[in-house]
Design a protein around this ligand. Structure first.
Ligand code: NAD
Length: 261
């Protein structure tokens, strides 16, 4: 339990990859602040379960990642009630699939806000706390789409490329302060986010569900396997170790070989 005494904020952790990060950090003893939307009873069940796993406190913040003031309040609440944050994982994200001429402006704005700008807001407020302790770990869930593009995902690809650039920039700024800043770039991970985009891809490309899974999603992934949330979370835990202090400004693929092609 090498994270005993440390505090982590994981955005978008009521589901999918974020929930796996929260569980993996709690398994190493971290106090965790979870965040995201969903059924209140389910979220409370997860929050309580995290306390059972870590033996430390777990809190839930309903902060909307499109709202800079709410993000500032989330970081402050974490600092006041749990200490830190020592670890921040920028993970909240949404997707929308449409051709550029049909792409709804409100979807563009929401994706840029949630998938990119929220990471700016959190770092802006959390870095001073990390600098004060001379230790910190900032990890952002980018995507294979931070390296390469796919059609009909203009906002997502733009946001994830932006997140990769933000990661490099902040890594350089805090490099002498004991803080590392990295991105993890998964390929296709089987989560609600992937499941939800199947109907739109079926519609925009005129394909069946099986064709979307095998010929569109796993077509890009040489292993022909979805990445698991546990595999992604295990890398984040490693990045929190002292042995990972030399890894900063990196964008690490966990994509079954997708971006090696
Ligand atoms: P998911 O839909 O299971 O989880 C998304 C989380 O973000 C949920 O907890 C949701 O409540 C939260 N969220 C959404 N809008 C929010 C808002 N406005 N404010 C606060 N929280 C909000 O998706 P996932 O697949 O686990 O995705 C997590 C991250 O991983 C995203 O950034 C996504 O882009 C990235 N990613 C996913 C895959 C994949 O294949 N699933 C691949 C590469 C990158």
């Amino acid at each position: 339990m090498f994270l005993k005494g440390k505090t982590a904020i994981v955005t978008g952790s009521t589901s999918g990859i974020g929930l796996a990060y929260a569980r993996a950090l709690a398994a190493e003893g971290a106090a965790v602040m979870i965040n995201g939307f969903g059924d209140a009873a389910e979220i409370e069940k997860e929050r309580a379960a995290l306390e059972g796993i870590s033996g430390a406190r777990a809190l839930y913040s309903p902060a909307d990642m499109t709202d800079g003031d709410a993000i500032a309040a989330m970081v402050q609440q974490c600092h006041d009630e749990l200490g830190g944050p020592d670890i921040v994982i920028n993970n909240a994200g949404i997707q929308h699939v449409a051709a550029i001429e049909d792409f709804p402006v409100e979807k563009w704005n929401a994706i840029i806000a949630i998938n990119l700008s929220s990471a700016f807001h959190i770092m802006h407020h959390a870095v001073p706390h990390m600098k004060a302790k001379r230790w910190g770990r900032i990890i952002s869930t980018a995507s294979a789409h931070s390296f390469v593009a796919s059609p009909n995902k203009s906002a997502y690809v733009a946001a994830k490329h932006g997140l990769a650039g933000l990661t490099k920039t902040v890594a350089l700024e805090v490099a002498t302060h004991g803080i590392t800043v990295n991105a993890i770039s998964p390929g296709y991970v089987w989560t609600p986010l992937v499941e939800k985009q199947i109907p739109d891809t079926m519609k925009t490309r005129g394909l069946t569900r099986e064709q979307v899974i095998n010929d569109v999603l796993l077509d890009a992934q040489p292993t022909k396997q979805f990445v698991t949330v546990e595999q992604v979370a295990a890398l984040a835990v490693f990045l929190c170790r002292d042995e990972a202090a030399g890894i900063t400004g990196a964008n690490l693929p966990v994509d079954g070989g997708w971006t090696a092609q």
